[in-house]
Design a protein around this ligand. Structure first.
Ligand code: GDP
Length: 851
């Protein structure tokens, strides 16, 4: 109202409601209220205007000078008088108010002085009277003093509640009150607004006029500084206005679109090999939905939870105007000691030897003979099923480490995982046999791994042994042995008699010397997993071949995606050892999970490091699988299998007692089949058959193969319920044969066609109800009712089908032999002509087998 000079009062109805004028004055302490009320009846519209004017603005003269704004029936003199009275009343009112404030202030000061005096007096008195009291009593007195003071203060404050304006003890506040009275006198003669009024008004006024309202508030602030004001908070109001502004700005920015984003921050975005979309958005501080949108523009339909590769992510990062920083390997891996040993720390180490060769050429027998043990005779089925590693000493004292692998499976699968453990390959070829497919395979493996070879020509004790033939055979595969003036060492041996074995060991030692194999035993161990299994009594156990450094009991290590602390080390003789140096194979106990053959073991300093690296690797492997779109879910597996329609697949699940067996089986399975049928190992693993295996098998319609393992009780129950077949084996050959037979079942039967006769159409008749009937002469063989027929016209097959009828002299017959005439009609075919030839044949389905 103060600043609405000449306008109708806020919230009032204006001229149509003259009574309101009186209301607006009801808060004012002026006589004019009464005057206006009495004259209400004759008031012209806009009655609030004159009274709303501040007294100093010359309102009355304006009113008196402008008869149109004057109430009717009032003379100029009367008007002037009234206005003078009004002015005087207002001035008086202001003076009264100012006087009251000043009086109040004086009273306050007097009161404050009185309180201070009273306190001083009381203190003096008390000090005087209680000088001899104990210290504790003094404390108590002080306490009372404080209370008294507090009480007095309250007493002083009490009349303030009823007083107007509020009496304030604080002199500064009193001063403020005085200044407020002044402001009031100058700025307004209108009714004082209470805080509540102001709040009400602010809510009803147009919010856009806030800037204006603020200036008004500022004015008021100088005039009123009370506790209630501080609590209600001009400050609070300001904050809310700022929030409002921010909101408006945001809305404006939004309306202008994405490019209008205020000063975009360019970030360095770390990109690992793969990254989940939401994480990428997070690292860029962008909205995940925007990232997905940008990927869609690139033609990639991904959800925020999917993983994308670093290259794609880099494009996205550029698109959003950030910088990408590629991180190749996680920093966690850096704690692994990879310092290259200097020459003075290196000492010779034994060679690691792998024996390879065709099945039955005597690999196990040679290993057995070398170790003077009887591994070969104790094995189920007579083929190597356990992969281990053993160390032997030659008569001359040289140590040699032998890896016992079934065929080449472990060798290749280990190489596939990057573990190059073998230093020398001993290629066993039976002298009574010849170079066989697996011999060639072994040669290729050794060559691919760039591992030197030593040829052991075995079974030399046999009568039919022909070592020379083996040597010449090998020539064809570019293996030139020493005897043939090449550089490949060859030794004639007999695992049976032991003949030449010492020479073989010497040759190995010699080859090792040439290789000059060295390692540093005085560093954190690094090794490769040769074999890993889940032992019921001992938990996960891994056979580790130490490659560098020394592995000790108590060492903390990470191995592939697993980690652990060496609880015990057991050597190849089953003895507990405290440490294992380079080229020494040991069983390691204390793993938290079963690693994979070929996994690399690294000793680290703390458990936290080991765990961190293992976690990182697990995540990495998972991300890689996801990024590569590998079939990880059953649905994907099924979809892939279905998409691959041209080849019939026999899916199987393999669980084995040891990793080596599982891998050997998986590889043997992959080899079964041809371009029509193949065995697909959905999953192969170590340990008992579990419910989840059954689940996978059920979904894929696969049988579960247990090799030296059994299904646990819940898995058995689940298998029974779901009708999943579980087969147990302990001999690989049996398993391979069975799977071959099963895969053979998938082969489509061969259809063999045999021509049994020919007939020539002599005449074509039309028979009602039957259609066209061919009058034929069987020229060759026999015509059979049930046989298949082809219609040939000028030696071109124009129809193939079956017969509807075969008649001889109006009788339906089963067959008509050569030289006889007959009537024939085709099933669903009518276009027959004279001189067409009918070829008659039978079909036979032949069940096939995989060889
Ligand atoms: P692997 O499949 O290569 O491991 O071959 P094995 O070591 O199991 O041997 C296959 C068969 O050959 C076994 O029956 C052995 O007894 C036999 N055998 C192995 N070495 C010799 C040998 O030097 N002389 C003779 N006469 N038989 C041998």
């Amino acid at each position: 109202m103060n600043d609405t000079d000449g306008k109708k009062p806020l919230g009032l109805g204006g001229a149509a409601r003259p009574g309101q004028v009186k209301q607006s004055f009801s808060h004012g302490r002026t006589k004019s209220v009464v005057v206006e009320t009495k004259r209400k009846r004759v008031l012209v519209p806009k009655p609030g205007a004159p009274t709303a004017k501040p007294p100093g603005s010359g309102g009355p003269s304006q009113v008196s000078g402008d008869p149109s704004k004057r109430p009717a029936g009032i003379s100029d003199a009367e008007m002037d008088r009234r206005m003078a009275a009004l002015r005087a009343a207002k001035v008086r009112d202001v003076e009264d108010a100012a006087k009251r404030v000043v009086e109040e202030k004086v009273r306050e000061e007097e009161r404050a002085v009185r309180v201070a005096e009273a306190e001083a007096k009381a203190r003096e008195e008390r000090e005087h009277e209680e000088a001899l009291r104990l210290k504790a009593e003094e404390d108590a007195r002080h306490q009372r003093d404080a209370e008294t003071r507090e009480k007095k203060k309250e007493d002083v404050r009490k009349p303030a509640g009823s007083g107007k304006p509020e009496p304030i003890v604080d002199p500064a506040a009193a001063e403020a009150a005085a200044s407020r009275a002044e402001t009031k006198g100058v700025a307004s003669v209108g009714p004082r607004k209470t805080d509540r009024d102001r709040v009400d008004r602010s809510t009803t006024t147009d919010r856009d006029a806030r800037g204006k309202a603020k200036t008004a508030d500022d004015v008021r602030r100088t005039g009123k500084l009370s506790l209630s004001e501080a609590m209600n908070g001009e400050g609070g109001r300001q904050r809310s206005m700022a929030a409002m502004k921010r909101k408006q700005e945001k809305a404006r920015a939004k309306a202008m679109g994405i490019h209008a984003k205020p000063e975009k921050q360019v970030r360095d975005v770390q990109l690992p090999e793969t990254i989940v979309v939401s994480e990428l958005a997070n690292r860029m501080s962008e909205r995940a939905a925007d990232v997905v949108k940008s990927l869609m523009k690139m033609g990639m339909m991904v959800s925020i939870n999917e993983t994308i590769d670093a290259d794609t992510a880099e494009l996205v990062v550029e698109e959003f105007g950030h910088r990408s920083v590629r991180v190749s390997d996680a920093d966690v891996e850096h704690v692994i000691d990879t310092v290259v040993d200097s020459a003075e720390h290196l000492v010779p180490r034994p060679p690691v030897v792998t024996i390879m060769g065709h099945v039955d050429h005597g690999k196990t027998s040679i290993l057995d003979a070398i170790r003077h043990t009887t591994v070969a005779t104790g094995e189920a089925g007579g083929i190597t099923q356990h992969i281990g590693a053993y160390q032997v000493r030659t008569d001359t004292g040289a140590a040699l480490t032998f890896l016992d692998t079934p065929g080449h499976a472990a060798f290749t699968s280990m190489r596939a995982r990057g573990a190059q453990v073998t230093d020398i390959v001993v290629l066993v070829v039976a002298a009574d046999d010849q170079v066989m497919p697996q011999t060639i395979e072994a040669i290729n493996h050794a060559k691919a791994a760039k591992v030197p070879m030593i040829v052991a020509i075995n079974k030399i004790d046999k009568y039919e042994a022909n070592a020379q033939k083996v040597r010449t055979d090998l020539l064809q595969h570019s293996v030139v042995v020493e005897e043939m003036s090449g550089d490949v060492l060859d030794v004639e041996v007999s695992a049976k008699t032991g003949q030449g074995l010492d020479k073989l060991l010497e040759a190995i030692a010699l080859q090792a010397e040439i290789l000059d194999l060295r390692a540093n035993p005085d560093r954190a161990a690094q090794g490769a997993v040769i074999e890993a299994k889940l032992d019921i009594g001992r938990g996960p156990v891994a056979t580790v071949l130490v490659q560098n450094g020394t592995l000790r009991a108590g060492d903390i290590f990470v191995v592939g995606e697993q980690w652990g602390k060496v609880r015990a080390l057991i050597n190849d003789k089953g003895e507990r050892v405290e440490a294992a140096g380079p080229s020494v194979p040991v069983e390691v106990l204390g793993l938290n999970g079963t690693p994979q053959a070929g996994d690399v073991l690294n000793v680290v300093e703390t458990e936290a490091q080991a765990r961190e690296i293992a976690d990182y690797r697990i995540k990495l492997a998972r991300d890689k699988r996801a990024a590569a779109g590998a079939a990880t879910t059953l649905e994907q597996l099924m979809a892939k299998a279905k998409a691959d329609k041209s080849v019939a697949e026999l899916p199987i699940l393999v669980k084995a007692d040891v990793q080596g067996s599982a891998e050997a089986i998986a590889q043997a399975m992959e080899k079964i089949g041809n371009d029509e049928v193949r065995v697909r190992v959905l999953h192969s693993g170590v340990g008992a058959i579990t419910e989840s295996d059954i689940g996978l098998a059920e979904a894929s319609g696969a049988p579960v193969i247990g090799f030296n393992v059994r299904a646990n009780a819940p898995a058995r129950a689940a298998a029974n319920q779901k009708g999943v077949e579980i087969r147990y084996y302990s001999i690989i050959y049996d398993l391979v044969d069975d799977i071959k037979a099963a895969a053979s079942g998938l082969l489509k039967n061969e259809v063999r066609e045999t021509f049994i006769g020919y007939a020539t159409i002599k005449e074509v008749f039309k028979v009602s109800g039957v259609g066209k009937v061919a009058g034929c002469l069987v020229t060759e063989g026999v015509a059979q009712r049930a046989a298949g027929v082809r219609l040939l016209r000028d030696d071109v097959v124009i129809h193939e089908g079956t017969l509807k009828t075969l008649k001889r002299f109006k009788d339906e017959v089963k067959e008509v032999i050569s030289g006889q005439e007959c009537g024939m009609a085709f099933e669903n075919y009518d276009d027959i002509r004279k001189d067409d030839v009918i070829e008659i044949f039978t079909r036979e389905e032949i069940v096939r087998k995989l060889d």
